[in-house]
Structure formats: structure tokens, C-alpha cells
Design a protein around this ligand. Sequence first.
Ligand SMILES: *Cc1c(COP(=O)(O)O)cnc(C)c1O
Length: 390
Amino acid sequence: MSKFIPLSVPNIRGNEIKYVTETLESEWVSTGGAMIEKFEKNMAEYVHSKGAVACQSGTAGLHLALRYLGVNENDAVIVPTLTFIAAVNPVKYEHAEPVFMDCDDSLCMDPIKLRKYLETECYCENGKVMDRELNRQIKAIVVVHVFGNMADMESIMEIADEYHLPVIEDATESIGTYYIDGKYKGMYAGTIGTIGVYSFNGNKIMTTGGGGMVISQSSEILEKVKYLSTQAKDDTVNFIHNEIGFNYRMTNLQAAVGLAQLERLEEFIETKKRNYWHYKNELDSIDGIQILDFRKDIRSNYWFYSLMLSNPKDKQKIIDGLMKNSIQSRPIWGLISKQLPYVNSKTYDIEKAEYYFDRIVNIPCSTNLCDEDVTYVIDVIKRLVGGFNG
Ligand SMILES: *Cc1c(COP(=O)(O)O)cnc(C)c1O
């Protein structure tokens, strides 16, 4: 079989072309137009949030969130180390320092270590939380919902409330994931913290080519973020700007794609779920490998599948072996605290992130995969692992 099976590619088979054509014909191609507002409204309705502000990328959304919270060069922001670097770089855009936190078995931030860090390395003064060693104020916590999973938001929000710290939810990978049990039952990833951010990059569960969205239950936050994303216009007629803004608004053309993608999101999730269980039912019984679980108390969007290897030595062998069979896979991200711009930044007891980094390979998860594709990937993995074991 020589058909190439990519890791994660978009699925553009709905009303995308129709809506884009309509948008082109309307000549509203830039950052104004009805598609943007409709996309914001429909997304907000879908995740039950007060509103939404569409922007150029998830990275831009995270930057706007930090800017809204007033993060500056005197501050520090708690971030995960096991994530994509876009979750952390905006901290540096604002000349603040990250403090890197470990993950738990959900691959998301470990609330137990978060609490321990705040209790042992920080002190509170005049309503501020200060890191003793850095002599910086902790201004916010960035929580990433990794691979369609959800962080333990009940514990994290309890800690954040206790310390009066705002929480930015990087829900770029978890659009459509929501709690089905517990305190936050019915609430979607991105709508629980102070500010949530989505991404519509090409590899995410739904795409606008490139794009992002900021969501919040506070209309004050939404208004301010929109203002910052559109060059901070205080008077649109006379060009009065009382702050530094950004050119971060989504275009009407991108929003047209997003509207069509959103129409199919539940179908995408259904397909991802079916393929996830196909992999899991076939592979979990094999010695030395396992498909990682999502939290039991959520409806996941099943965005990315994590093949977990007992032996770290098999990681590269699996990736190479799959590629030889025309199957694309990838290792999980290198820890951000080990990347060159961050090697001198503060870390707190990183341990599980290393463990999972050594053992996880992400395997094909596109919504275009048919049952035969998944069966083929499973057969190749079985053959490769059989080779290691025998
Ligand atoms: C994709 C992603 C982002 C960034 O989104 P872009 O739209 O590509 O800027 C941020 N954080 C995480 C965890 C991501 O996976």
C-alpha cells in the first residue's frame, strides 16, 4: 500500500466554497463584514459563552489575553512546559517571565504541583502573589487543554480563586470539549477561566486557514479585546488612539470558511471519536503500547491520539517504521523549558512531562480517514511492535 496517510489535515467538503464565493462577490474581504460577526455569534452560541472576538490566530488571541490582563516586564506567568510554544511566546512578547509547570496524567497542568509551587515559592503581599526567587508578581496562569483533553479545571479554578489569579484557557486544541459531570458539567473548554482562546489553524479540529478566537463570559473583556485587536480606535472617524493596539482581527474571508466548518464540527468529533475507539480497541491489548485515555468526566473532541510506548527506545523506531509505510506520525513537543529562548527560565519540579515526552507518538487522526486507513495504520503498528517484542 503506497497511499500516504498524513497526521492531521483539514476537511473542506461542506459549504466553505459557497460561503467564500459569496464573500468574494460581496467584496467584503478584509476585517469588516457580516461573516465575522456571524461566525463570532455562532461560535459563542455553540460553546455557550457571552460572546467571542475573532482574531488572526490562536497566538494573537493569547497575546491579546495577556495584554488585557496587563502583564508586563515586572511580571511572571505560570505556563505548562508540555505544550506547543505558541502558548508561551506571548508571555515574552510582553517582556514577562514564564514559570514552567509540570503536567499530570492528563498531559495538562498538574494542580497539585501548581498549589505546592504557590505555597512554597510564593508569598502574598498587598493582594499580589509574588515569586520569592524571581521577585516578580505572578499575573496569570495559562492552562492548555492538551490534544482535546481538559485540564482538571475544578482544582485549578479553586487554586486560582484562592490566590485571585486570572486563568487564561488555551483551548486551541479542545474546541467542542466539555464537562459531562462535576461542578462544571455542561461547560465547554475555554469558558471556565477568565479568558479562553481557540485556534483555527489548518491542523486544528476546525480551520479557517489561519485564525483564532477569544471568548469570555464578561462583555467588558470582550469589548476591550476587540478594541485592542483593531488598532485601539477610540474615535473611528477622527483617528484617535489612546492605546497601542494591534492589527489582529480575523478577515471576513476566513470567517466564511469558519462558518462552514462550524456546521460540521459535531460530525468531525463523531468521526474522530469512532477512529479513536477503533485504534484503542485494537491496540490496547498489545504488550508495550497503549492509546492514552481522555478524562472520564468530559465529552472530548478527540482531536489528537497519543500512542504511549512502555519503552522510550521504541519511539523513534515507531516514527521511522510508520514513515517507511507512508504513515506520518510525530513525537510530542519538546518541552518548552528546554527550548533555547527558555533554558534560563524558572521551572518547578518537571518530571511527568519528561516521562510523557519520552514515550508518546501522535498517530494519524484526520477526519478524512476511512476505516480501511485506520485498519492499515493499526496493522503496521502491530507489525512494528511485534518486531520490537520478538
Ligand atoms: C495551535 C496552538 C496554538 C496556536 O494557535 P495558532 O492559531 O497556530 O497561532 C497555541 N497553543 C496550542 C497549545 C496550540 O496547539
